[in-house]
Design a binder for this molecule. Structure first.
Ligand SMILES: [Zn+2]
Ligand SMILES: [Zn+2]
Length: 141
């Protein structure tokens, strides 16, 4: 069993849920995706292999994966969101193009330090953060 599966089982177990074949299939599909994906893209990928996959199960399982910390969800406002494998990855933030949907990852030590100092100032213990900048990429502006 992979670390990821162990962690997912543990998370589900704490909620009184079991790892069903459907949940297992969603986990396997998610672990096989490089980069960023939407819930619909994940569903289409699963549906190709298993035509009986239920959209509701895929979506719910994806939310469990977010809850377990294996997957990061980046909300773009409205009903759009994208997901990415988070396990074992370095923290990073995103630039998101409203024209073509391109997603550029960046890390900025200066921004991280600034956030830390804002938290200290407010005696706030940060658990996580997500920083995104919406706009137009080089090709689209
Ligand atoms: Zn663009
Ligand atoms: Zn990313």
């Amino acid at each position: 069993m992979s670390d990821q599966e162990g962690r997912f089982r543990e998370y589900l177990g704490a909620k009184g849920l079991r790892i069903t074949p459907e949940r297992q299939a969603v986990l396997t599909a998610v672990l096989g995706i490089q980069g960023h994906f939407t819930a619909d893209q994940l569903y289409l990928r699963l549906e190709r292999k298993n035509p009986r996959a239920s959209r509701a199960t895929v979506y719910r399982t994806l939310e469990h994966l977010v809850g377990s910390g294996l997957v990061d969800k980046v909300d773009l406002g409205g009903q759009q969101a994208f997901y990415e494998n988070f396990y074992g990855r370095e923290h990073h933030d995103h630039l998101i193009c409203l024209g073509c949907g391109e997603i550029i990852e960046f890390t900025s030590r200066a921004i991280e330090e600034l956030q830390d100092s804002v938290c200290r100032e407010h005696q706030f213990e940060a658990r996580s953060h997500s920083h995104k900048i919406l706009g137009h990429c080089r090709k689209c502006h």
